[in-house]
Design a protein around this ligand. Structure first.
Ligand code: BGC
Ligand code: BGC
Length: 611
């Protein structure tokens, strides 16, 4: 008898003791599996398939559809927050949806997911931590765990139960727009950091009100896709990872093994294909490898409409992906296209089950996994936001940890004549570059909006403000966006970098400095003063031909809201300890990573920091 048959027998044995109790009462039962099975045994097919659907709240045609379709989950994707984007606005939104879910026959609460990938980043006023690329450079797993723990508190304060994080991708080509979502190109470092993040989010017991559920993503091989030309442009995001199984396991699987050891509750399937076959329909990867070989007991969520396009047709997409092992589908919905709606999805899913294309066992297994997590999260007993946590959102203590992360993530790559730390007695400093005073830019994508934006998008400290707050009153700090330096300046600091982007929007074939930055650098150079260059970016950019002009060069990645962490390093209040978590190529011929060793030396190797 397999595990599932045993459970079926158990249900038959305990059926007689089932009274018409609600999900709430069921939650008082003793063992987790028993509770799950009791509830499952009382569910209709419509109730079961509803649990398997996650809808983006923007695409709910009507809030009461949560009840009508027995929806199991909602998400707020990027740009998907409530109109009142404050923490209280989110808590109100969450509670309102949860109230509707609890009106269903079995009162099964929703599980609500967001991309809290560097803090509770969709919500105004929260603490925004450095993106993963910077955290990888800290090499400090304890710090990553603490950050995830604080993020969990900020997320839990708004009611939300689940973050689609950590991203444990192992990017092998920095031209990919999601490079910054990965801690490192190195599987071991990624595994260590990813594990720490899971432990931080989930704690030792998901029932703890200060924890949320984590999601390791994107399974499997998202960071290994090949760069190819299509429709006159380069594409790498959602592409094909062409490697043999041994390499797939060596590079991309390791972080999942670590995340599973840490007890990660969910895993997100990846948009990419493996040797031409889409992961969302890959039974070998999702079921044979993840669930059976690695013993994953949580549930697999699809990526955003990731079930689409596996085959030539919508219905076979659904059948193939669920049979492959997807448990919950991020549909995510549509207000315009009937075909993309959850209503249509549910109709086709039901039809596929009734005609026998998807077996009831598969559905029961998926729903069992989902309900298990809901019980583990204590959602039946504590379905609403814990508003006592709201004062902690964006609190000084949380921001202090973010600042610590910023200074530990900065990597000093060049420091001629030890110009850094700058003397606090330097009389006149000129700070240049629009990135020096742009909070949105230093936060990057996945901040307030999906793609991120320039300007004062939330509360925080820009790099310029951080510098001003650090130096004494006798120092004169002037600023220009274009690098035209006033007479009498002793030292120049130029902050350059990338405009915010997320996902495929950040795929970039050139990795060049912008024309604007080049102009600022040129203006600064003509002043003939020592210059420190700070780069705000989601990955290494090509600087080989300019580096000799700069006395010092620091990579600050996407540091988030606490820009003062950069001044902490610039003026020597703390030592610079960050080390490269990605190789810095000398030129584009060295990409992807697998080619680097075959050519000449990179500009800076993995693990580098200036002596
Ligand atoms: C959503 C994002 C999502 C993306 C997928 C956007 O509209 O807001 O969260 O990742 O679509 O393409
Ligand atoms: C992204 C995921 C994200 C999801 C929800 C997708 O487009 O690939 O990383 O979790 O959208 O926003």
């Amino acid at each position: 008898m397999n595990h599932f048959d045993t459970m079926k027998t158990l249900i038959i044995m305990i059926l007689p003791i089932l009274s018409l109790c609600s999900g709430q009462q069921v939650s008082n039962e003793t063992s987790l599996d028993q509770k799950v099975l009791l509830l499952l045994s009382r569910m209709t097919l419509d109730e079961k398939i509803g649990q398997m659907v996650q809808v983006d709240r923007r695409y709910l045609s009507n809030d009461n559809d949560i009840k009508q379709y027995h929806l199991g989950s909602l998400l707020s994707g990027g740009n998907g927050g409530p109109e009142n984007n404050s923490p209280t606005g989110w808590a109100d939104m969450y509670d309102q949806y949860q109230r509707i879910a609890l009106e269903t026959r079995l009162s099964i609460p929703l599980v609500y997911g967001v991309d809290a990938v560097h803090g509770h980043n969709n919500v105004s006023g929260t603490t925004i931590f450095p993106h993963n690329i910077g955290l990888g450079c800290t090499g400090d797993a304890d710090l990553v765990q603490r950050i995830a723990k604080l993020t969990a508190v900020e997320v839990a304060a708004t009611g939300i139960d689940w973050t689609f994080s950590p991203c444990v991708t192992v990017p092998q080509d920095i031209r990919w727009g999601r490079t910054y979502e990965g801690f490192s190109e190195n599987p071991e470092l990624t595994a260590e950091m990813g594990k720490a993040a899971v432990l931080g989010y989930q704690g030792s017991d998901l029932k703890d009100p200060l924890t949320i559920m984590a999601c390791a993503k994107h399974f499997l091989g998202d960071g290994g896709t090949s760069w190819k030309t299509g429709d006159n442009k380069y594409i790498i995001d959602r592409g094909d990872t062409r490697i043999d199984e041994e390499r797939l396991r060596q590079i991309h699987l390791k972080p999942y093994i670590a995340a599973l050891q840490a007890g990660v509750g969910t895993v997100m399937a990846s948009y990419n294909s493996w040797n031409g076959f889409k992961c969302h329909g890959h039974k070998y990867l999702l079921t044979d490898l993840l669930k059976e070989e690695l013993g994953f007991e949580g549930f697999i969520i699809s990526d955003w409409a990731g079930h689409r396009g596996i085959s030539a047709n919508y219905k076979t997409d659904i059948i193939a992906s669920i049979n492959a092992g997807l448990d919950m589908i991020m549909v995510p919905g549509s207000l315009e296209k009937e075909e993309d709606s959850y209503e249509h999805f549910l109709e086709v899913l039901k039809e596929s089950i009734l005609e026998g294309s998807i077996k009831m066992d598969r559905i029961d297994d998926a729903v069992r996994r989902i309900l298990r997590i809901k019980f583990q999260l204590d959602l039946f007993d504590k379905p609403f936001a814990d508003r006592s946590l709201l004062p902690l959102v964006g609190s000084p203590a949380h921001r202090e940890t973010a600042r610590e992360a910023v200074r530990k993530s900065v990597v000093v790559l060049k420091n001629k004549d030890s110009i850094i730390p700058l003397s606090k007695r330097t009389q006149n400093i000129h700070v240049a570059g629009s990135a020096a005073d742009d909070l949105g830019m230093q936060c990057g994508g996945w901040t307030i909006s999906w793609q991120g934006d320039h300007g004062p998008i939330t509360a925080g400290t820009t790099i310029l403000e951080g510098i001003r707050a650090t130096v004494s009153d006798e120092m004169k700090i002037s600023y220009s966006a274009d690098g035209i330096v006033p007479d009498g300046t002793d030292v120049g600091i130029v902050v350059i970098g990338e405009s915010p982007y997320a996902e495929g929007h950040g795929d970039d074939a050139e990795l060049n400095l912008s024309a604007n930055d080049l102009m600022t650098l040129k203006n600064m150079k003509s002043a003939g003063i020592p210059t420190v260059v700070i780069m705000i970016s989601g990955r290494p950019l090509m600087v080989t031909e300019y580096l000799h002009d700069w006395n010092a060069f620091m990579a600050a990645w996407l540091p988030g809201t606490e820009g003062q962490g950069i001044a902490d390093i610039l003026f020597g209040d703390y030592p610079a300890t960050g080390q490269l978590s990605y190789t810095w190529p000398r030129n584009l011929d060295q990409l992807p990573l697998s080619k680097t060793n075959l050519h000449d030396e990179p500009l800076f190797p993995f693990g580098y920091r200036a002596p």
